[in-house]
Design a protein around this ligand. Structure first.
Ligand SMILES: Nc1nc2c(c(=O)[nH]1)N(C=O)[C@@H](CNc1ccc(C(=O)N[C@@H](CCC(=O)O)C(=O)O)cc1)CN2
Ligand SMILES: Nc1ncnc2c1ncn2[C@@H]1O[C@H](COP(=O)(O)OP(=O)(O)OP(=O)(O)O)[C@@H](O)[C@H]1O
Length: 224
């Protein structure tokens, strides 16, 4: 995999410079992802879906907040649909407006969708549900689990208002790992990073399956 050429890091403790740097890193990483060879994208996506399935196997009763894939993001719908078939639940974000937290609405393959913020499909007429696991797409990430998204700050704003913090799983490609994302004060690191290279626990929350799964029977895909 060719290395992605990134701009030189900003001077430490210069927030303005870090913001400009993040913008140009975001552009470079999105450009790399858009130009990915489709067969490599497919191979990596298969590995990543397998890794996500491993994480969900331990959490059969969890509601999984995920994303409707755009701009060559990894499509997790197959693994989410399996989770639902086995008795779990899933939810997709609705963006009420710029600078506002996202709200997760129940989703299954039959849910009616409508174009929402940035024309991304959102569920219509589906109830708001609390999510136990939140899967966040990574434009980039660093060694401490800080993520770079599209620059809207939606994930951090959403986490900031959730009464119970979910397990946050960042999903992206290994090539988009940078040494340091120079996070700002609002950034919350993800608990687990999943790439085609595997599952990387980043915080103590990555260990254990959460109280809502205590006593749960094994998921159906393990019983055959
Ligand atoms: N698939 C998917 N759905 C998602 C998200 C996501 O990251 N992926 N989001 C998670 O947040 C929310 C949408 N977030 C978005 C945030 C910004 C832009 C956007 O158009 N940004 C500008 C400027 C970026 C910059 O400052 O460099 C742009 O791209 O022109 C689009 C979507 C909700 N749904
Ligand atoms: N909890 C918050 N409260 C207020 N502002 C916030 C909060 N979280 C992030 N922001 C602001 O949102 C803007 C974008 O944040 P950031 O660069 O972290 O976006 P991102 O992580 O790339 O995008 P996203 O989370 O949508 O994927 C920044 O100006 C940041 O200060």
């Amino acid at each position: 995999m060719p290395r992605i050429t990134l701009p030189a890091p900003p001077a430490k403790s210069d927030d303005g410079a870090a913001e400009v740097w993040r913008k140009s890193v975001r552009k470079a990483l999105l450009g790399w992802r858009a130009a990915m060879d489709p067969s490599v994208h497919h191979t990596f996506s298969v590995s990543i879906r397998k890794a996500i399935a491993e994480i969900l196997i331990d959490r059969p009763k969890a509601t999984i907040g995920f994303y409707w894939p755009i701009q060559n993001e990894i499509d997790l719908r197959p693994v989410i649909e399996t989770h639902i078939e086995c008795g779990g639940r899933a939810a997709l974000p609705v963006v009420p407006g710029k600078d506002q937290p996202m709200v997760f609405h129940d989703w299954c393959a039959d849910t009616q969708m409508v174009a929402g913020f940035a024309k991304i499909p959102e569920p219509v007429d589906a109830p708001v549900v609390p999510v136990h696991v939140m899967i966040a797409p990574l434009v980039g990430f660093d060694g401490r689990g800080y993520r770079l998204g599209y620059g809207g700050g939606f994930f951090d704003r959403t986490l900031a208002v959730m009464p119970v913090a979910p397990l946050v799983v960042g999903v992206g490609f290994e090539a988009t790992r940078v040494d340091d994302i120079f996070p700002h004060q609002y950034d919350i690191p993800v608990d687990i990073i999943v790439t085609e290279a595997g599952i990387r626990p980043m915080t103590d929350k990555a260990v254990g399956a959460g109280d809502h799964n205590k006593g749960a029977s094994p998921p159906c895909y393990l019983s055959s």
